[in-house]
Design a protein around this ligand. Structure first.
Ligand code: NAD
Length: 324
């Protein structure tokens, strides 16, 4: 691509959003990062502020805003259970009203718009690994529903704006992703384990630790998103983006202990309600349409993530909510 695009990244100061901003700036694009800093802090993008092609706007995606853009990556949404359950009604509004606002902007500007959806749309799946055609088992009235159903409704809105108004959309379903700049207090399993190991605290295993997850390194996930945005218009998704290699939570904990050299002990806690027991993406579509597949082994990605946790001062990060 030889021309410069005006690109909006909502949730651009977050864990994934800030890295996406960096990657798009490297390509010379004119970037607007929009964020209300609910689950992030300015330090994630502070190093970008003096770039002439970077602009930061503090704004809530549930409120309309008039911007002139060519592309929109819609990432604004609290993503970790402790964050999205803090104010579940706001979480649902962020997904649904946020989607309506970015889709309205895409319609007005004739922009292309990508939705950061999630593997949570599959709920606690009874098909394994999960393919995009699988419709999921989601509890619509449980404590995770504000996020899961909010993201499902956002997908519906994206497809309806596409069918009704011809909006050029993309939907990616992101599976667990980790890496530098994860919020140390987000309550996600990798950040929890690393923080606990580095501080010599007990490592909390929910359930017996036999539940599985797959973990994708941040840089590879962001590459997948960019490829999807720049892919052909006849492939709008949804497409799974994630690492198909599966680990038990116990294996993950043991690897974190090994890589940090920690003396932490594993302790068991009850499994939270509706916590899925298995999660692994089928990435056949991403391979075929985007030529994308993750290559960074968990051990290597974890080592980089641990190095980042060691380098930052955890005291500079406040827990965004009391729920982590
Ligand atoms: N990281 C993962 O494993 C993962 C997995 C599945 C889906 N996702 C999706 O990717 C996106 C980014 O996730 P992340 O891991 O970077 O999380 P994150 O919490 O670091 O980033 C989300 C960003 O959105 C901002 N935000 C939240 N509500 C907002 C609002 N109303 N208006 C404006 N900004 C708002 C937050 O302040 C934060 O900067 C989210 O939409 C999430 O649902 C992430």
């Amino acid at each position: 691509m030889s021309f410069i695009k005006r690109i909006l990244v909502t949730g651009g100061a977050g864990f994934l959003g800030s890295h996406l901003c960096e990657r798009l700036l490297e390509r010379g694009h004119d970037l607007i990062c929009l964020d209300n800093f609910f689950t992030s802090q300015k330090s994630n993008v502070a190093h970008l502020l003096d770039r002439p092609n970077f602009e930061l706007i503090r704004h809530d995606v549930t409120l309309p805003i008039l911007l002139e853009v060519d592309e929109i990556y819609n990432l604004a949404c609290p993503a970790a259970p402790g964050h999205y359950q803090y104010n579940p009604i706001k979480t649902m509004k962020t997904s649904v009203i946020g989607a309506i606002n970015v889709l309205g902007m895409a319609k007005r500007c004739r922009a292309k718009v990508l939705q950061a959806s999630t593997s949570e749309v599959y709920g606690d799946p009874d098909v394994h690994p999960q393919v995009e055609s699988y419709r999921g088992v989601v509890n619509p009235i449980g404590p995770r529903a504000c996020y899961d159903e909010g993201k499902r409704a956002a997908e519906t809105l994206f497809m309806d704006y596409h069918r009704s108004h011809g909006i050029n959309i993309r939907i990616v379903r992101i599976f667990n992703t980790y890496g530098p700049r994860m919020h140390p207090f987000d309550g996600r399993v990798i950040s929890n384990f690393i923080r606990q190991a580095l501080e010599g605290e007990d490592i909390t295993l929910f359930g017996d630790g036999a539940q599985t997850r797959s973990f994708c390194y941040r840089d590879e996930l962001v590459e997948g998103m960019i490829r999807m945005m720049n892919g052909t218009d006849d492939f709008v998704g949804p497409v799974n983006l994630g690492n198909p290699e599966e680990f038990t939570i116990r294996q993950l904990a043991q690897l974190v202990i090994e890589l940090t050299g920690s003396t932490s002990k594993l302790v068991k806690r009850p499994l939270p309600e509706d916590d899925p027991t298995q999660r692994r993406p089928d990435i056949t579509l991403a391979r075929k349409h985007l030529g994308w597949q993750p290559a960074v082994p968990l051990r290597e990605g974890l080592a980089k993530t641990i190095a980042w946790f060691r380098a930052v001062s955890i005291a500079d990060y406040r827990p965004p909510t009391p729920n982590y």
